[in-house]
Design a protein around this ligand. Structure first.
Ligand code: ADP
Ligand code: MG
Length: 263
């Protein structure tokens, strides 16, 4: 049997989902989600609160286990490996290794508050990727410069603005050299004047060819940066398309209503 990795590289697919289902306590939250993202593409996921967007991202990096369907990221099944035609659930350390390929940025930054900026960024590369401290620090400094925070390595998160903290969180995710980056409403917790500095870092990443799945209400960002916009409602993908097309010509009442509220 050919490995999934080979197939994926040949077809250029970074994320593929077929019939993904997830329930919480018997309540379906994802009801058969099919979706694919090619390497180097940016997909923006929009939709009302409670429609399953965060759950979907959490399934992508195995923070949640799916109940049915198939999920592959960077050619590998999330949480499982195939051996002699059968699926085996991965062990914790194997899941951690795979998750290292998937960067995640949350609405609430999730920095380690008792660690400096530098320590936040070098921790996972050292513990999961076994990078030497000096190399991890070099990378961290380079990434801090990239996100516009050169010289702040000694600061603690509480000394930084929300926009700065979120840029540290992005640098921390990038330090693992992820194959794909997931963002869950990365600017929703920020004061309006700080949103732009985070979006511009994300735009730069997209321009460099990073594969990104971004849950966002920033439709201006989606219009400018996304290759595909996916509208999700009630656990289903209701519509998807190029941003210009989807925003100008929503095909369903649900999408039209949502856009009317957000735009
Ligand atoms: P969105 O990100 O689109 O706002 P979520 O994926 O967070 O939506 O949530 C979708 C639904 O799943 C909501 O009804 C939410 O209450 C429910 N849900 C999410 N996580 C859990 C959980 N861990 N346990 C129970 N219900 C959950
Ligand atoms: Mg959410």
């Amino acid at each position: 049997m050919t490995s999934a990795t080979t197939t994926s590289q040949e077809t250029g697919v970074a994320v593929e989902c077929f019939g993904v289902r997830k329930s919480f306590n018997g309540t379906p939250v994802l009801k058969s989600v099919d979706l694919s993202v090619d390497h180097g593409q940016v997909l923006c996921l929009i939709g009302p609160s409670g429609s399953g967007k965060s759950t979907f991202l959490r399934c992508l990096n195995h923070l949640e286990r799916i109940d049915g369907g198939l999920l592959r990221v960077a050619g590998e099944m999330v949480g499982y490996r195939e051996h002699k035609g059968r699926l085996h659930e991965l062990r914790h350390h194997e899941i951690a290794q795979r998750r290292a390929d998937i960067g995640m940025v949350f609405q609430s930054f999730n920095l380690f508050l008792h660690m400096t900026v530098l320590e936040n960024i070098i921790e996972a590369p050292m513990s999961v990727r076994k990078v030497k401290r000096a190399d991890a620090e070099d990378t961290a400094r380079r990434l801090l410069e990239k996100v516009g925070l050169a010289g702040r390595e000694g600061a603690y998160p509480r000394m930084l603005s929300g926009g700065q903290q979120q840029r540290v969180a992005i640098a921390r995710a990038l330090a693992m050299r992820p194959k794909i980056m997931l963002f869950d409403e990365p600017t929703s917790a920020l004061d309006p004047e700080l949103v732009g500095e985070v979006l511009s870092v994300m735009k730069e990443l997209a321009a460099e060819g990073m594969t990104m799945v971004v849950v966002t209400h920033e439709l201006g960002f989606a219009r400018e940066v996304a290759d595909t916009v996916v509208f999700m409602d009630d656990g289903y993908i209701v519509e998807q398309g190029a941003p210009a097309e989807l925003f100008a010509n929503p095909q369903t009442d649900r999408c039209r209503d949502f856009l009317g509220k957000v735009l």
